[in-house]
Design a protein around this ligand. Structure first.
Ligand code: 0YR
Ligand code: MG
Length: 370
C-alpha cells in the first residue's frame, strides 16, 4: 500500500452556547485541523489536531502539513506507523525549527491519520488493533457544564442535569478568583452530593501561593483532582504543591513530548497524566506516556483535544486509562460520534480511529487552508 495524496483541512465547529471561557481562553468554535491521507488501495485516513479556531494559526499547521511533512510521507506504506513516526520526528530540517509547537501539531494529525488507515485496512476499530479492550465499560466525566463563563445558577443547573443524565464525574473550571471559585465549588458539591467525583481545572493560571491558599479551603469538598494548577512547564512548583497539600494533581494537556512527562513523573509532580493525541506527536507518542504512567502505577485521563473521538479507542485499549473527558462540541461531525450512555463511553464499532468527518460537516464547517 502506498500513500498517493495528502490534503490538509480546517473545520471550525461551534461550542455549546455561543461561547465558553476557562481561566485563560474564550472561544466560540473548536478547530479541527488536520489531513486526509489517500492511498492506492482506496483506503483514506483522517487525523486532526484541536485548536481554538484561530484561522491564521490554523493555517500555519496546514502549511506545515502540506509543505514540510507531506513530502516525507508520499509514496510510503502508511501502515509503517512507527517508522514513519521517526521519519517525521527526526527529520533534521524540521527538528531544527521545532521539537514542539506547530511541527508537533502537524505531526499529531498525520500520525493519527496513519493509525486510522492501518485500522481501516485491518477492518478493525483502532482499540482492537491496539491489542483489544481491557475493560467492559469506560467511565466518562463531563467538562461541558463547568465553564467560568457560566453564572452560578447555570453551573449548578448543568451539574445537576449531568448527574441526572447518568454522569458519575464532572469537572468545573477555576482560576477566576479564590473567593468566587470556592463559592462555586462548595455549591456544586452540595448540589451533586458526595458520590459524584468532582474535579477542578485551573488551566495554568495561578501562582503557587494562590494555589496553596485555594487548596487549604478546597480540600473539604473532596476534590478528585486539581488540573493544571500552575504554569504548564513548572515541574518544581507542581512537585512542591503535590507534597504540601492533599488534593491530587492532574496535568499534561499542554505537554508535547514523552520526555516532558518523564520529568513530572520523576519529580513526583503529578498524580494523573493527561496526554493528548492532538498535542503530542499523535497516538504513537501518547501510548509511550501511558506505558510510562503504568510503570509509575499512576492513572491516565486523556485530555479532550480530540473531544475523545480517538482517545475512546486508546482508553478502551490501555490499562492505565481510568476515565475519559466528555465535551460534545464536535461529535456530530463524525461518522461515529463519541457517545456516552449511562455515564460510560460506548465502545466504537466502526473500523478506523473515529476521525472520519461526515459529508455534512465537511460541507458546513470547512475553512480555507491558505
Ligand atoms: C478551552 N480541558 C481543558 C478548552 C479544555 C480547555 O480552552 O480548550 O478548557 O481543553 O482544559 O481539560
Ligand atoms: Mg484542562
Amino acid at each position: 500500500m502506498k500513500i498517493t495524496a495528502i490534503s490538509p483541512f480546517i473545520l471550525h465547529m461551534p461550542v455549546t452556547g455561543s461561547q465558553i471561557a476557562d481561566s485563560t481562553h474564550t472561544l466560540s468554535h473548536w478547530g479541527v485541523v488536520g489531513a486526509k491521507i489517500d492511498t492506492d488501495a482506496g483506503v483514506s485516513g483522517y487525523g486532526f489536531t484541536g485548536t481554538h479556531a484561530h484561522l491564521p494559526s490554523d493555517q500555519l499547521i496546514t502549511r506545515c502539513i502540506e509543505t514540510c511533512h507531506a513530502p516525507l510521507l508520499l509514496g510510503e506504506d502508511p501502515r509503517d506507523v512507527q517508522r514513519l513516526w521517526l521519519k517525521l520526528a527526526r527529520d533534521p530540517a524540521l527538528q531544527w525549527v521545532g521539537r514542539a509547537g506547530i511541527t508537533t501539531l502537524s505531526h499529531a494529525a498525520l500520525d493519527v491519520a496513519l493509525w486510522d488507515i492501518k485500522a481501516k485496512a485491518a477492518g478493525m476499530p483502532l482499540w482492537q488493533l491496539l491489542g483489544g479492550a481491557v475493560r467492559e465499560r469506560l467511565r466518562a466525566y463531563n467538562t461541558d457544564i463547568g465553564w467560568l463563563s457560566l453564572s452560578d445558577d447555570q453551573l449548578l443547573a448543568g451539574a445537576v442535569s449531568a448527574v441526572e443524565d447518568g454522569f458519575t464525574g464532572i469537572k468545573i473550571k477555576v482560576g477566576s478568583s479564590v473567593e468566587r471559585d470556592l463559592r462555586r465549588l462548595a455549591a456544586v458539591r452540595r448540589a451533586i452530593g458526595p458520590d459524584v467525583t468532582l474535579a477542578i481545572d485551573g488551566n495554568g493560571k495561578w501562582d503557587l501561593p494562590t494555589c496553596l491558599r485555594f487548596c487549604r479551603a478546597a480540600a473539604e469538598h473532596d476534590v478528585f483532582w486539581f488540573e493544571e494548577p500552575l504554569w504548564y512547564d513548572d515541574v518544581k512548583g507542581h512537585a512542591f504543591l503535590a507534597r504540601s497539600q492533599a488534593i491530587p494533581l492532574a496535568l499534561g494537556e499542554q505537554l508535547y513530548t514523552a520526555e516532558a512527562f518523564a520529568e513530572f513523573f520523576q519529580q513526583g509532580a503529578l498524580h494523573w497524566a493527561q496526554p493528548d493525541v492532538t498535542r503530542m506527536a499523535g497516538l504513537t507518542e501518547v501510548w509511550r506516556v501511558c506505558e510510562m504512567a503504568q510503570g509509575w502505577r499512576l492513572p491516565v485521563a486523556p485530555h479532550a483535544g480530540d473531544m475523545s473521538q480517538v482517545h475512546v479507542h486508546l482508553a478502551y485499549a490501555h490499562p492505565a486509562c481510568a476515565v475519559l473527558e466528555y465535551i460534545p462540541w464536535i461529535r456530530d461531525g463524525f461518522t461515529e460520534p463519541a457517545e456516552v450512555v449511562d455515564g460510560h463511553f460506548r465502545r466504537p464499532g466502526q473500523p478506523g480511529a473515529g476521525t472520519t468527518p461526515t459529508p455534512q460537516a465537511w460541507e458546513r464547517y470547512r475553512r480555507p487552508t491558505n
